[in-house]
Design a protein around this ligand. Sequence first.
Ligand code: ZN
Length: 852
Amino acid sequence: MSFRDESDGHRRFALPGARLQYGPDRTVDVEHIDLHLTPDLNAQSLDGVCTTTVRALDEPVDHVVLNAVDLQILSVEYNGKLQRFERRNDTLEIQFDTAVAPGAQATFSVTYRVERPRHGLFFIEPSREYPGRVGQAWTQSQDENARYWFPCFDYPDSKQTTSTTIVVKKGLFALGNGALVERKDDGDRTIFRYRQDVPHSTYLMTLVAGPFSEIEQRNAGAGSVPVWYYVVPGREADGDRAFGNTPRMLEVFEERTGTSYPYARYSQIAVADFIFGGMENTSATTQTDRTLHDATAHLDFSSDPLVSHELAHQWFGDLLTCRDWAHAWLNEGFATYFECVWFEANLGYDEYLFDVFGCVARYLDEDSERYRRPIVCNRFRDPIELFDRHLYEKGGAVLHMLRGELGDARFWRSIRRYVKENAQRSVETIDLIRAIEDATGRNLRGFFDQWVFRGGHPDLEISVAWDAKRKAATVTIDQKQTVDDANPAYVFDVEIGFVNDVDPKPATDFGPGPLPGERRMRIHVERAHETVTVPLDFEPKLFRFDPGAFILGSVTYKFGADFAAATMVGDPDPAARIRAARELAKDGSLVAREALGAAFTREPFWGVLDATAGALGATKAPWAREILLAALTHEHPKVRRAVADALGNFRNGVGAALVTPATGDASYYVRAAALASLGRSRDAAAFDVLRVAVEGQSWNGIVEAGAARGLAELADPRGAELLINATRLGRDEGLRRAAVIALGRFAELVESERTRVIDVIGELLDDRMLLVQIAAISAAESLGDERLLPALNRLSTSAFDGRVRRDAVEAAMRIREARKVPAQVSSLRSDLDSLREEQRKLQEKIEALSRS
Ligand SMILES: [Zn+2]
């Protein structure tokens, strides 16, 4: 089976074995789940009693089939009597001795035990390699792993109220969903009782237990909702840096959604070795403890994206839940978009737009490098496969575009309507479309067809020309993606504007509106090549395309150096300035070089300089290197980071300049970027600096990870030992991930170390840290060595985690694809040889005939 979609040259999302997925049939409605849980952190076990109250639908129910994996079922009770039950594959089937009548309620209890679970419930303990680790237990139920820690109807469309009793050793803390209704000591144990009175799905249920400091946050404006965070003792200050903005976020999101925070309290608990960034369990988010950070990291790192994302889920995902995974963008796209919304409220419009811009870039990357799919899509093997950049980033970008389409007032009115009408319900995309229609009268089915139900996006090229004689500007919009019967041109409205005068400095946080004196108009685009001629009574000095960067796709300016330079100076839209910087870097004329150089002193927003540095680096031109070297001491750490990173594109004349930031910059991230670039520069001084740096110990291994990347690019065989050491258990998890990727790259460059590195990567494919395992798969894929195929094939079927399985399949396919290329080349070569032979014979015949 081909992995490539022939119609537009993009890879397919669906892997072999993928099938159309629909939610399960139901015979009962679940009304309540009561859990009584006694986790034993030392034995890594859980004793549980799960009592489920159901109501029969329209027919008598004599049995139910629950999801239950690896649970030792001890007994099942109904009406005070033990019931027959059967374990089948991953289900528990319970036979009722008397059928439940249609519409009647029934309550049954399952007593069970979990020992050393493989998924769903995780026990963290100190080990030889990590002696400082604190014992914890935490669950991760999404997408379908609640069934590993209690028997249930484990699908998002089933919503019920819950109560959770957790019994732990005295001195430990335990977290469940909803209000903490009781907490009492009982001998050497403590009992916690939680109640979640707002119906929620099983994938949002949680249990966390361990020693935690409990901190209640100041909560000035957020109604009466108590806000808490929990961290291991000693990390309270780091917790405050990570979670400090939560109460203010709550206020902002209540205002934007028009709906009060729906649960009795909001808690964030930071756990070790978490397998995601965060998980939005209702009222009780689990966060990775890697987001806790020191004051140095706080210079240019913020937990706000993670914190705002999980908080937004309390509305989008938790209160309104996707009915099935195909529509999971209603959870993730919204949560991603609300990260931007928080930026807008907290830091202003420019940061908002830059965040959206980043979402689009990451989606475009996945679309070109990995596969293309519609956002709503129900052909897959595991639901977790859907949790990609199409779901998150493209989903978020669609909401930004929707805001542009409707305008602010109508957009927020629609969102509020959608939340209000669907609170506590399960939703599909049509519910959002209808809410918009109800709130505004706009029928956006075409919009959703194009951007949500169809894969892809337009790749736009925009040019503008001024005809002084006719006093008219001509704007050309080309759609450069494949356009044919199967892939029609994108249809959209877009705003353009002409300005007569350029302000010498762009306004900040200006928003998408028109500048004073701007001639603004909305044009309709529906063909692959559109030309608009606009008569003007002035010669425009500034041309604006799509202020607010609403159109989801790639946009390349072909404005010419003068217009682009004017954009860099005077367009208040940071996305426009970034696009202009990219054009100018490619242009390279004197006008362009001057505009780019001046940007580093004039540009008010670091985000534009981040992109400008990247564009300059990509040129690899000496003049660009000089601009970057001069910018290496910029006051903003995120600019210094981007500049240091961009300098990695140059081999000569940058090494000496990078040593100072690599060893002495105030920011971890700048040091890391400078170290990586120092390695890429292959400067003679690099090895000694990298050797020291990779053995260090910075927050989350950030600096060491930069050194590992540098060692890979330096391609000095002495780096092998250092890199292998950096992947070892005992080192920071983030460093281990970076180091395994770096090792893969290193082996590409240093043939003599390849076999040894492949052995190490082979071992890491089975690493007990899931995220290290995933990094190892990625390293195996980019290395493309067939010797890793058997291990990848094994993981693709037998791994427990859906992400591991999917990544392993993709990696193995790409390695096999790459193997096919040499085979194809040699087959074509032999075709060519026989054609040459044929040609020779024909020529002989011709010559013979002409002689005769
Ligand atoms: Zn999320």
